[in-house]
Design a protein around this ligand. Structure first.
Ligand code: FES
Length: 87
C-alpha cells in the first residue's frame, strides 16, 4: 500500500495492493490517456515529482529508470510510501 499525490489535481489517493496505480489515478483524472496498459506503448508516461517509482514497464531505458523522474503508471508502482505525480 502506498499513497499517490496528484499535485496539479490537488488530491492524495491510497493504492491498495490489489489495485493498479492507473486505476486509482483514474478516479481523480477520468480522462487519463492509456493504451496497452502493459507497460510497452508509452502512452501513460507520467512525470514523477517526488518519491521512488517501482518500474515494471519494458519501454524506459536504464538511465530513465534510474533517474526516477518518469514512469509508466499502468504497470508501475511505488517503492516509497508516497509518490507524487505531475497530474
Ligand atoms: Fe502503454 Fe502504459 S498504457 S505503457
Amino acid at each position: 500500500t502506498f499513497e499517490v499525490e496528484l499535485r496539479r489535481t490537488g488530491v492524495t489517493l491510497t493504492v491498495q495492493p490489489d489495485r493498479t496505480l492507473i486505476d486509482v489515478v483514474r478516479e481523480a483524472v477520468p480522462d487519463l490517456l492509456s493504451s496497452c496498459e502493459e507497460g510497452f506503448c508509452g502512452t501513460c508516461e507520467t512525470k514523477v515529482l517526488d518519491g521512488t517509482p517501482d518500474h515494471h514497464d519494458t519501454i524506459l531505458s536504464a538511465r530513465e529508470r534510474e533517474s526516477g523522474r518518469t514512469m509508466m503508471i499502468c504497470v508501475g508502482r511505488s517503492r516509497s510510501r508516497r509518490l507524487v505525480l505531475d497530474l
